[in-house]
Ligand binder design. Sequence first.
Ligand code: GDP
Ligand code: MG
Length: 436
Amino acid sequence: LTDKFNTTFKKLSGRGRITEANVSDAMNEVRKALLEADVNYKVVKQFCKDVKQAAMGAEVINSLKPGQLMVKIVQDELTKLMGPEDSNIFFVSPGPTVILLAGLQGSGKTTTAAKLAYRLKKEGRKPMMVAVDLQRPAAIQQLQTLGEQIEVPVHCDFDTKDAVKVSKSGVKEAKKAGCDTVILDTAGRLHVDDELMTEVSNVAKATSPHQIYLVCDAMIGQDAVNSAKEFNNRLELDGVILTKLDGDARGGAALSVKAVTGKPVKFIGLGEKIDNLEHFHPDRMASRILGMGDVITLVEKAQEQFDEKEAEKMQNKMAKGTFGLDDFLKQMAKIRKMGGLMSMLKLMPGIGNKLEGLNMDDKEFNRIEGIIHSMTPAERSEPDMLNPSRRRRIAAGSGVNVTDVAGLVKQFRQSREMMKMMASGGGGGLGAMKGM
Ligand code: GDP
Ligand code: MG
């Protein structure tokens, strides 16, 4: 979708002013692009009407080229279409607040249950997850494993196929354990069918959830929106959680789901990892779709992980050249937490589309981390002492070749030299980096 819009608006640039004719031309392209992106046709129709109206009424400001003005209008209308922003969860007191997750099989309910629990836990709440998907024993185990990983209790019962029973005992258990939030991970089917809907609505009736969220796979585009419509007819949905947006280049589901169901997108899933769940910001989504890059998200993500004081400490170390492998490891852990370098870079304007197909996975990071972990603290802070026999020991300890250890040390020395130069060469380079 991004590429399509880019060419459309390029055509508009250079022309003196917005006229009815060139708006019509542009809108034809926008319409085509949206339909190709799998946006619901009714939504497309209304959207184009709104944009056209806004464009005709807009004053052409001198400093803005007509193409730029059109981009702005389209961006504003896209934002309106997906908004308003509504990521708040309604909590009751006294608790527990019951949140039911519904959705098709494979849409990401179980993963999202854990991501949400993790997020709430970080915000100071005490969540409990309940395994209501009793179709396969593996589904319960999946939730248990995730629960262990994030240290959130999971209520389950391997001896029953009765979803209502488990969900009721889950809520009771949560109360007893002093948990303030209960997340019900329900069963899905491949398609919407009566059996599924009946089961989910029975669970809903029995537990009176305070929030019902539909978990929707953005990658299936309009199918996701169609199923959302059906779920919305049968359940009192409070919102939608769109998963796998990291794999959805077209943006069709994100664009139509609010317009079709009338329910806000509460959260978005941007990867398989436990912290890849974020608030949905319609304005940022709109600029992402238009290919401007989601700079604000990028900066926020970086800030969350990079504490100002620590940055200063690091900078001093770098300047003095006392930056050791331990510090190196710490920095790396931060980058990993930020969702990896690649996912960060993908958010940058103009870079995102160039990275398609390029994938730097965690393996390289893991290898480096393994090597550093096999060093003694003294070796980490003073890598110069790594003589051949030490290198052999480290290589054996971390299961790599001696040349890998040598390579890491060399790489580290080079970057330390570079950092020393940058840090002492005036505030410029690192000062700017610190701000990240
Ligand atoms: P459920 O059947 O609805 O419970 O779906 P699961 O939670 O088991 O998820 C199905 C698959 O989708 C798993 O492989 C998840 O790792 C993956 N998944 C879930 N959310 C996301 C996401 O936001 N991004 C990506 N890339 N994968 C996801
Ligand atoms: Mg599941």
